[in-house]
Design a protein around this ligand. Structure first.
Ligand code: PEP
Length: 246
């Protein structure tokens, strides 16, 4: 039985007072009956760790350098993230693939760097609307995941996968539970074939998950929780989503 996982992706949002309020509310609403984490902007890792440590809530980053150290201005290594107690690092989010031109190979290298430091990469895959309409959804997500599986080899079973259709992120347009389930089933079959551990690996859905659609999405057999953007910034909404997973 896979335990559900709900991860908040704050993106580039927050302020120290607002974060303190949000984190206190999330802590105060425990227990959830599922695993819960927040992936915050780097400057907020210290205060997030302070607010959440000692309990069962986890935290992480929204990216991770593929490099260990060196002349990579602006990048943050997995070793540094580990110093802040990060459990997770999102890699390959579609906003980074699109805005920062991240390739499948780079995403795989980032996943490898995270795992090497004991951080679980949350590997995002997903098709654009154009790709879906062209009937290429399965091809695209399998190609994105295959790059990571190939790079990680025997460690591939340690990742979390997030299926995030690009057309559903921040748009208010959610994949139907059936659409999401169909892709999750494809990804699980791929994971099972490659690692032998597909049945125990978690595949999250992300893309306009809200308090009112979370339960039906999470009820699908291959949806093991969610990666939550906008709704993770509002305590009541995020808590309701976590409860829907519990
Ligand atoms: C995300 O950023 O990963 C995401 C799923 O965003 P939203 O929930 O706002 O669509």
């Amino acid at each position: 039985m896979r335990r559900k996982l709900v991860v908040g992706n704050w993106k580039m949002h927050g302020s120290r007072p607002a974060n303190a309020e949000l984190l206190a509310a999330i802590v105060g609403a425990r227990p959830y009956g599922c695993d819960v984490a927040v992936c915050v902007p780097y400057p907020y890792l210290t205060e997030t760790a302070a607010a959440l440590s000692g309990g069962d809530l986890r935290w992480g980053a929204q990216d991770c350098s593929a490099h260990e150290q060196g002349a990579y201005t602006g990048e943050v290594s997995a070793t540094m993230l580990a110093e802040f107690g990060c459990r997770y690092a999102i890699v390959g989010h579609s906003e980074r693939r699109a805005c920062h031109h991240e390739s499948d190979l780079l995403v795989a290298q980032k996943a490898q760097a995270a795992l090497a430091r004991g951080i679980t990469p949350i590997v995002c895959v997903g098709e654009t609307l154009e790709q879906r309409e062209a009937g290429d959804t399965e091809f695209v997500v399998k190609r994105q995941l295959a790059a990571v599986i190939h790079r990680l080899a025997h460690c591939a079973g340690e990742i979390v996968v997030a299926y995030e259709p690009v057309w559903a992120i921040g748009t208010g347009r959610t994949a139907t539970p059936e659409q999401a389930q169909a892709v999750h089933a494809v990804l699980r079959t791929q994971l099972q074939a490659a690692t032998g551990h597909g049945e125990r690996m978690r595949i999250l859905y992300g893309g306009s998950v809200k308090a009112d659609n979370a339960a039906t999405l999470f009820a699908q057999p291959d949806i093991d929780g969610g990666l939550i953007g906008g709704a993770s910034l509002k305590a009541a909404d995020f808590i309701a989503i976590c409860r829907a997973a519990g």
